[in-house]
Design a protein around this ligand. Structure first.
Ligand SMILES: [Zn+2]
Ligand SMILES: [Zn+2]
Length: 255
């Protein structure tokens, strides 16, 4: 199993100390992970200690430890994003949309504002940004692809129609989609993306990876076995990891 979406710092809940890194890696090992990828939020750039992750990883020869970043995609900020990405030899970069304009829509108290939108318009505005994130050429993975459903507000139009262009961009630009299990612990109580979008991705031959989006060590690897079962049910036999921003393809049965 792989877990390529782990937040060592959480929301600045702890430091990137060797002890804290070891706690995440111990849990990764206990969960039987083959590869674990740290992907803290880019806004905590000054608090990262990426070399320390590589150093502590030497004590875990049976666990492939990868250093990534979860970048908040903002329209028009591509140049600044590129500067950050180019300043360290990352293994992978997740591009995630958490904002529409200056509205951070995934904060817990934003539900009322979600309900002010016509749901289809909200989904269109969100997936337009995901499409831009996919085509900007900066990312390897698109994070929590349908997080706009976080408050369980569903569009009237089939989500597969609303997401179609964003999915095509993921496919055309060679990006990987994660199955992010953290959505189950949000009001929507469902993985990101939902099953029928994973199914559509499979039909389009999009590659998948896995992420718990753990913001604390105890959550590393959570529900990923179930995510693997989704892939199995859909006949998906490969799963994608990364090293040095190159894809590493694993047979699902081997991880
Ligand atoms: Zn995120
Ligand atoms: Zn995250």
């Amino acid at each position: 199993m792989l877990d390529l979406h782990v937040h060592l710092l959480g929301h600045l809940d702890r430091e990137a100390s060797p002890e804290n890194i070891a706690e995440f890696l111990n849990q990764g090992q206990n969960m039987g992970l083959k590869q674990i990828g740290f992907a803290d939020h880019d806004m905590y750039w000054e608090n990262l200690n990426l070399d320390m992750i590589r150093k502590v990883a030497l004590d875990y020869p049976h666990l492939q430890v990868r250093v990534g970043l979860e970048v908040d995609y903002l329209e028009g900020k591509e140049k600044q994003i590129k500067e950050i990405i180019d300043s360290y030899p990352f293994d992978f970069i997740i591009g995630s949309v958490h904002q529409i304009g200056d509205w951070c829509f995934d904060f817990p108290d934003e539900e009322a504002r979600h309900r002010q939108w016509e749901a289809d318009d909200l989904y269109r505005a969100y997936f337009r940004l995901v499409e831009k994130a996919a085509t900007c050429g900066l990312f390897d993975v698109i994070g929590h692809f349908d997080i706009i459903k976080i408050f369980n507000i569903r569009p009237r139009t089939d989500v597969r129609v609303l997401a179609a262009r964003a999915l095509e961009a993921v496919k055309d630009c060679g990006l990987v989609l994660e199955i992010n299990t953290n959505g189950r612990y949000k009001p929507v109580q469902e993985f990101y993306p939902e099953f029928k979008l994973v199914e559509l991705g499979r039909n389009m031959e999009i590659l998948f990876t896995l992420g718990s989006d753990a913001h604390e060590a105890s959550v590393v690897g959570r529900d990923l076995k179930e995510a693997c079962q989704w892939l199995h049910i859909l006949g998906i036999k490969k799963i994608t990891g990364f090293a040095g921003r190159n894809k590493q393809i694993f047979e699902l049965q081997d991880v």
